[in-house]
Ligand binder design. Structure first.
Ligand SMILES: [Zn+2]
Length: 397
């Protein structure tokens, strides 16, 4: 096994802590690594010398930081480890191979029939990954791991729970299905949780230990991050904000409840409404373009959705009192008026906070990774953090 893979897997060794911290942060100075790992300065210094000698860590040109800082900037050697992120989406699968400095080396979108089975998905991913790895001159078994982002919550045993987008996957042990095809460690996680990992690692929530992410896309998902970790709840389906019941006598939701938030805010609902007034089907990208351009009907639909979404966000703040909300998903691309409207509605629907030196209100930020980037990058982050509780290995591996 490649030594760097061992360092990722051996979670208790100080050298592993340094490698994982560098994988999460990207480039870092020795002082930043002392802070990130909690190890003694002398230990970090000794281990960095060893890691440089074995080629696991490389020195970056410190002039490239542009600020004349005397500290040497270090990075994992990108040639020494690669991993893949896979988004199992609606009618398409996206597969990205990245190196340890988070650079995307190859990125493929595969169209697939809407009701694809987990086994079909695993075979399609293997085929594509084989080709991608071949182009990069490596094998699938050289990958540090493959992270799978799924549009459904997962139990701690790795079983798909109540799949909104992929209902036929209920109860499937997804990592094991993929482990039968792919000769490397597999990690699986709910796509919104992957999105939170991507934002924590490289995006709008870097350095934030506590926040709530709301993802507004075809459906509505979310993540709760507490003390730097995604909170999954007792059975793995925490933060399913799309199914907050806002109207007990409302429309029936596919989850079995009535009046769920997603029925008024999910883009699938907005697209249906748009079709009613345009008389023809509208894609989510067209919808966003029209709303951005200020077309009155589209804009009104977004404002109505923001009013209801802010209500749901207010409920979560009354319960958890977070310092930060990250707004993710394609709907966040429609423009500032969406977030402004969300915030107004939020204020109306949460417990008024005492202003303590201007700190009473949570901050609202738009995610860095909108569209599908958050989930696929989150799946990569999943491998790099070894965050996934749901792990499987190839039987013959
Ligand atoms: Zn529901």
């Amino acid at each position: 096994m490649d030594p760097i893979s061992t360092l990722f897997l051996d979670t208790d060794q100080p050298a592993s802590r340094i490698v994982r911290a560098m994988a999460a942060i990207g480039s870092a100075t020795a002082s930043q690594l002392v802070q990130a790992t909690g190890l003694a300065r002398s230990t970090v210094s000794t281990l960095l010398t060893e890691l440089r000698e074995t080629g696991v860590v490389i020195e970056l040109d410190s002039r490239s930081t542009g600020f004349g800082r005397p500290s040497q900037l270090l990075s994992l050697n990108p040639a020494r480890g690669r991993c893949a992120g896979v988004l199992l989406g609606l009618g398409e699968i996206r597969i990205s191979v990245c190196d340890l400095t988070h650079s995307v080396l190859s990125d493929v979108w595969l169209p697939i029939n809407l009701d694809y089975s987990p086994e079909e998905a695993a075979r399609a991913v293997r085929k594509s990954l084989e080709q991608q790895c071949d182009t990069l001159g490596i094998r699938i078994s050289d990958l540090l791991g493959v992270g799978l982002a799924i549009s459904a919550p997962l139990s701690f045993e790795g079983k798909v729970l109540n799949g909104d987008v992929l209902p036929t996957w209920n109860g499937v042990d997804i990592a094991s299905v993929f482990a039968a095809e792919l000769d490397c460690p597999i990690h699986a996680e709910n796509e919104s949780h992957c999105g939170a990992l991507a934002e924590m690692t490289w995006g709008a929530a870097m350095g934030e230990k506590n926040f709530i992410l709301f993802k507004f896309d075809l459906g509505v998902g979310g993540a709760i991050v507490l003390d730097g970790a995604v909170h999954r709840g007792t059975f793995g389906n925490a933060a399913e904000f799309g199914h907050l019941v806002l109207d007990p006598r409302g429309e029936l939701c596919r989850c079995g409840s009535r009046g769920c938030l997603t029925l008024s805010v999910g883009a699938f609902h907005l697209l249906r409404k748009a079709e009613e007034f345009t008389g023809h089907p509208v894609s989510i990208d067209e919808f966003i373009e029209h709303a951005r351009a200020g077309h009155i009907g589209y804009r009104r639909l977004v404002e109505d959705a923001a009013d209801i979404a802010g209500w749901g966000m207010g409920l979560t703040a009354t319960i958890l009192n977070p310092p930060l909300f990250v707004i993710a998903g394609k709907l966040a691309m429609v423009g500032d008026f969406f977030v402004e409207r969300l915030q107004k509605s939020f204020e109306r629907h949460t417990l008024p906070q005492m202003e303590v030196q201007g700190k009473g209100r949570p901050r609202f930020v738009v995610g860095k990774f909108l569209g599908n980037d958050d989930t696929v990058m989150g799946a990569v982050a999943l491998v790099l953090h070894q965050h996934g509780k749901v792990t499987a290995s190839h039987e013959g591996g």
